[in-house]
Structure formats: structure tokens, C-alpha cells
Design a protein around this ligand. Structure first.
Ligand code: SAM
Length: 246
């Protein structure tokens, strides 16, 4: 694989490039994920799930860009009795998601290997769509296609919530958070993975993404009710909202 640093910005949004990136990271992603969220991985996820206000048992929930299922436990805790489907397009992540499914979830999660932008999920089939840290690797055009898919897949009245790592507006926090993501995380990545390229990309994507404000507008433009949310003083941000009832 060509080193990510040699790619120009347009190419870092290609599906094959992103699959390779997450395949390399799938070996260490769970540990790195814990470290990059300062050990608050569960709490960060619970925060964005709390934007979902429909909570009756039996909800059909879709976890997009599921990785190795990092959001599953918070989903099961916050939406007890829900039926969970998880989607990701990366072999390494999906292999780990299957392992987690059989070890900890009695294989009750439906795990799908698909590209969300070209998925075969039926129209109007989910009450809730959630996604942890899966927005930043989409460019604006792809975010538009993602928004169309969320709108298509959600049932009328269905709700969604996404969270993503972001660039805080406060100058001091910005300085420390950028140093952490841009310099320290790649060093930790090298120690765990023997290669810091993949984890250096975390800051590259985040610095282009900035925060979910633009994504919220893109989601609203396709006709979803969409709000921008800030979490943890802007170190994370998200979009939450719903599809209109008919
Ligand atoms: C940063 S990880 C997030 C994993 C997990 N949701 C979490 O909360 O930690 C992003 C995931 O999005 C997946 N992904 C990126 N683009 C995708 C696409 N177009 N279709 C499906 N999965 C995608 C990657 O394979 C990767 O596993």
C-alpha cells in the first residue's frame, strides 16, 4: 500500500484507500480507541446516543461504520430490547466485529459488510441510525450521499445521531488537542502498530472535517430535521435529528 503521506487530499477519500487504512488499524484500533478517547470511550458514545429520544423495546437500530462494534454495548444499554444491525466495509474491522458478536453478543447482531454509500438495505427499515466516529473520512459530496442513504433507510419519524472527533474552537484547547492528535497519537500508533502513518491520518481527516456543522447543513439539505451538536468543549461534535413522519 502506498504510504498515506504520499497521497494527495483528493485521494484520501477513495473507498479502497480508506479500507486499506482501517485494515492496517484493525489490529490495534480497540486499544488506540480507548487511549484517544482518554478512556472515556463508553461515555462519549453514551452522550451522542442520548440524542435519541424514542426508546421503546424492539426498535430496529442500525450502527453505521460500526468498526469492530465499539458502540454496541452503549446501544444495548441505552436502548434495551433493541435489534441491532451493524455495517462496515473493511475486512479487518468486520472480522473483529464477528468475533465480538459471537463472544459477547451470542451472534444476535446482524453484521453486514457493505459500503454505506452503495448499500442494499431496504427503504424505511430502521427506527434509529447511529454512527460513532465515521463521518470524517467522507468528503462533502460523499456526505450528501450518506445523508440521502440515512433518509432512505430511516422509517418516517425515525431518529439518527452521529458523533465525530472535531477541532475545538477554544485556542488553548485547540493547541493541546491538535498536539495530542497530530503528534502523540502517531507515536503511540508506531509503538502499537510499528507504523505511525495510519494514526497520523486521524489528524489529517479531522483538520479537514473541522466539526459537524457543515455535515448538519448537508443532512438538512436532503430534507432531514438535523441539528449540529457540540460535545466535550468541541473536541467532538455531531449531528442528530429525525426523518419527517408522513
Ligand atoms: C473511525 S472507525 C469508527 C469505528 C466505530 N464506529 C467506533 O465508534 O469506534 C470508522 C469506520 O468506518 C468505516 N467506513 C468508512 N467508510 C465507510 C463506508 N463508505 N462504508 C462502510 N464503512 C465505512 C471504516 O471501515 C471504519 O471501520
Amino acid at each position: 500500500m502506498e504510504a498515506p503521506s504520499q497521497k494527495n487530499t483528493a485521494d484520501i477519500y477513495e473507498a479502497e484507500y480508506i479500507k486499506d487504512l482501517f485494515n492496517s488499524m484493525s489490529v490495534s484500533y480497540e486499544r488506540m480507541n480507548y487511549i484517544t478517547s482518554f478512556g472515556f470511550s463508553y461515555r462519549w458514545r453514551l452522550q451522542f446516543l442520548k440524542k435519541i429520544t424514542i426508546r421503546q423495546p424492539g426498535l430496529q437500530v442500525l450502527d453505521l461504520m460500526t468498526g469492530m462494534g465499539e458502540t454496541w454495548i452503549p446501544v444495548k444499554d441505552y436502548l434495551p430490547g433493541s435489534k441491532l444491525t451493524a455495517l462496515d466495509f473493511c475486512d479487518g474491522m468486520i472480522a473483529n466485529a464477528h468475533k465480538k458478536n459471537s463472544k459477547k453478543f451470542g451472534n444476535e447482531v446482524i453484521v453486514l459488510k457493505e459500503d454505506v454509500l452503495n448499500n442494499k438495505l431496504p427503504d424505511n427499515s430502521f427506527d434509529v441510525v447511529v454512527c460513532g466516529f465515521g463521518l470524517k473520512t467522507f468528503n462533502e459530496e460523499q456526505l450528501g450521499r450518506l445523508a440521502e442513504q440515512v433518509k432512505r433507510i430511516l422509517k418516517p419519524g425515525g431518529q439518527f445521531s452521529f458523533i465525530e472527533v472535531s477541532v475545538p474552537k477554544n485556542a488553548l484547547l485547540h493547541f493541546f488537542y491538535k498536539s495530542y492528535l497530530k503528534h502523540l497519537i502517531p507515536v503511540l500508533g508506531r509503538l502499537m502498530l510499528g507504523n505511525s502513518h495510519e494514526y497520523r491520518m486521524l489528524w489529517k481527516y479531522t483538520s479537514i472535517f473541522v466539526n459537524a456543522e457543515k455535515a448538519a447543513k448537508i443532512f438538512a439539505d436532503v430534507g432531514l430535521q438535523a441539528r449540529h451538536e457540540a460535545y466535550f468543549y468541541g473536541c467532538a461534535s455531531g449531528i442528530s435529528g429525525s426523518k419527517n413522519s408522513v
